[in-house]
Write a protein of this length. Sequence first.
Length: 156
Amino acid sequence: MLRISSLFPLVVILSLTSVLMAQQTAFETIDPASQQILARDPVTDNAEVKHILIGWADLASTRGSQADPRAAARSREQADQLATALLLQVRAGDPIERLMAQYSEDPGSASTGESYTATPEAGLVPPFKELSLRLQVGEAGLVMTNYGWHIILRIR
């Protein structure tokens, strides 16, 4: 006779597997170089980074009144294209502060050009933090979070 209590360990294992799989897919990126960066070990435990946040309509609908109108009017495909184009501009040396002011939907840094400090303990979304701690100074990458695409440049 199979008892429910004997199924408990299996349920726990399946639940943990689901969580781990969800974490892995959250770290996906459409940029092969960023995928390689995410695959390497952290290079620091304290990174100063600037970023550009690009969202899209499906994400904006979950943010309600906090949604940026640009994101609300953009499809996922358009966001993918814009994020990729901005990443190429940052990698080519375009000033990220100018791009932040023009494109970023992050209310905390877009208009000021301010940076964020990423540490293992920082209260940042995990994919943002993980990419930031793996970037070399001057290196840029792209990662997706529940807020959208983040084009991240490590400045220190």
